[in-house]
Design a protein. Structure first.
Lengths: 357, 357
DNA sequence: ACACAGGATGTTATCGATGCCAATAGTGTG
DNA sequence: CACACTATTGGCATCGATAACATCCTGTGT
């Protein structure tokens, strides 16, 4: 009986052959063709310095000829490094998400890393745990948590301890660095702008309270008003959608004294403006509106939207940079980074009616 | 001399220990603790039926106790299946991209697959080749090409042959299935709607000519006009951005006879409307505007935008379904799928002025 | 009661690349 | 001219899980 060994060899062949007998060439195949050892092939491909140009050329030629491609799984298994980072985002198609992941992807690629995404439908601790677990199981070297964490569950805590994690615009966990836009500053810029235009009754349509950036913006708005000795009206809360902005706009438009609104996102601001329009209150003549994000459309609605721009792409790059540093040296001290937002004045804000020119 | 073997053992330990001596438990550790073989652990975790409940329980308990997690790289290497699919998209933050990837991610997860993304900055053949190569090197089992391919280079051809590929809304390659929205229908719906409102001079602001969906929409618009015996005005071309819509809107607004415009995307439509507004031409009283996409904001601008909705999320799911089928049976005959868009009438279109009521 | 089918579990080889160490070749110095 | 030293290259074990094969054990039919 030609039992175990030969049979295993045959099995191998069958496994690889997708039906046509061809097999992906391996490093050994390349090595044989080039007349060197597999090890030398590995070194050549890894860009190791100590390889003679002549040898390198031979190897590269063989690689070319066979159409050889490195097997990623094997490389990962053997080296223990996956060269992949994971990104956790919300499933919603917010402008910010699209831009952020874009910046992350680009920066990661430049650092020689791949990106694996895991989205979560909700801010549920369980859902986020699940997303992070999926990434961890995939063997990512680090994770960028682009969701606003409210509670940090023990499980998440544990995960962030075993996998370097950077939180973007979220709450800070003990083991996590945070890269964030200074949301409080964004709110102050917007509110101050309105105050400078003479407004004294400035309302706020906020994002969901569970979101850190929503509450930061709210706080920034409140602080600015209080610092100026202006009244702080009740907060209206939306869910980031234009529809929620619209609903709140309908409420706002019926309140006589309101002359300005700081809305926590451009999308909601669109809804607010729409509602005000329907109620016959003109923007900016009757009411000034400021948004946050500077989405592409902000400049092209009527009136064009005054807003606070957030450098999403740069944030993505920054997050990757921090993550790389953290991956390289897990013991490095966390260095939270914050990026400054920028006020962009357009046509949706104006001097309060009747105010001194 | 305790030479080679022991030393290698030590190396291992050092490699794993991230400084604290703890090591990720492996399958053998679990097996030892549960008092079974590694194979049984594997079977249990793979949900293999032939495992006694008692044994399964022991294994699961051991897994739990050690906090064991399967090593993905090892699994992939040994099984030859990565359970990962790749998605190639453009870096631009178009609404469609965000929604599509969302649908893909969700569907993939439900099918037990992970998603790895690769974005390309341009439609360059080289850039797309690069993105696909990155994914292929990562060992994805299939690829969803969510970019509109113009030319299919030999290299891409070759890649699609070795990796099951589904193209979304792109041109059809020999080895590729296509899942697409019927863009021509979208254009016909929009154009017919305008015709029914009495418009006879219907212009079109198209997307970039290299994009298949742009040219399909353009063709659908042209065909409909010709079928009705209406004049076919010159095509204005934009680049999907609101800014390009604005530029074309400025041109359109100065042409006296124009009473309706079919714009190839909502974002451009916003720009067009904005320009018309600035020129003092009212929408829809003077000019009716129809967009395509039904972005979230379409309903909340003034006037709310009549548009043709595209079921992006469903398309993503459909693409994944087709890909899974293709991965399971690479020899299956391609079955192109097409999804129907839906006209959504809002306030940016109206009867042509002076037309019979 | 015995043989046999079939379920449950263990054993072995292997996936493909890399890290460490050994071996060899080539260079410079006293 | 010998020795030390370094630049190159090869050999071996190994990462952790799985497929195929071998084995053992239990229940059932005649």
């Amino acid at each position: 009986m030609a039992s175990a060994t030969p049979r295993a060899g045959k099995t191998l062949t069958e496994k690889r052959s997708g039906g046509d007998g061809a097999r992906q060439p391996g490093m050994t195949d390349v090595a044989r063709l080039a007349g060197v050892s597999a090890q030398t092939v590995s070194r050549t491909l890894a860009g190791h310095p100590n390889v003679q140009p002549k040898t390198r050329a031979k190897v590269l030629a063989a690689v070319e000829q066979l159409g050889y491609r490195k097997n990623n799984a094997a490389r990962v298994l053997s080296s223990g490094r996956s060269r992949t980072i994971g990104v956790v985002t919300l499933q919603t198609n917010f402008y910010s998400r699209a831009n952020l992941t874009c910046g992350i992807e680009t920066a990661a690629r430049e650092a020689g890393y791949s990106v694996s995404t895991a989205t979560t439908a909700s801010l549920d601790t369980a859902a986020i745990e699940d997303a992070m677990t999926r990434l961890a199981d995939q063997g990512v070297e680090g994770v960028i948590l682009a969701v606003p964490l409210v509670h940090v569950s023990p499980r998440i805590e544990q995960l962030t301890r075993s996998v370097p994690t950077i939180t973007v615009d979220g709450s800070r966990t003990p083991a996590t660095e945070v890269v964030a836009v200074d949301q409080s500053l964004a709110a102050r810029l917007a509110t101050r702008h309105l105050i400078e235009l003479g407004h004294e009754n400035i309302w706020h349509v906020a994002g969901p309270g569970e979101w850190l950036d929503a509450s930061s913006r709210c706080a920034g708005w409140r602080d600015t008003l209080e610092a100026e000795g202006l009244p702080v009206p009740p907060v209206l809360e939306g869910d980031w959608t234009p529809a929620s902005g619209y609903r709140n706009g309908l409420i706002l438009g019926k309140i006589p004294d309101v002359t300005a609104v700081f809305v926590a996102s451009d999308e909601m601001a669109f809804g607010v403006i729409r509602a005000l329009h329907e109620l016959g209150r003109k923007v900016p003549e009757d009411i000034s509106v400021v948004g946050v994000d500077d989405i592409d459309l902000a400049e092209y609605c009527s009136p064009s939207l005054t807003t606070v721009a957030q450098p999403f792409a740069e944030m993505g790059a920054l997050a990757v940079a921090h993550l790389m540093r953290h991956v390289a040296d897990p013991d490095a001290a966390p260095a939270p980074a914050s990026v400054e937002p920028k006020l962009i004045v357009r046509a949706s804000t104006g001097r309060v009616r009747g105010a001194a020119g």
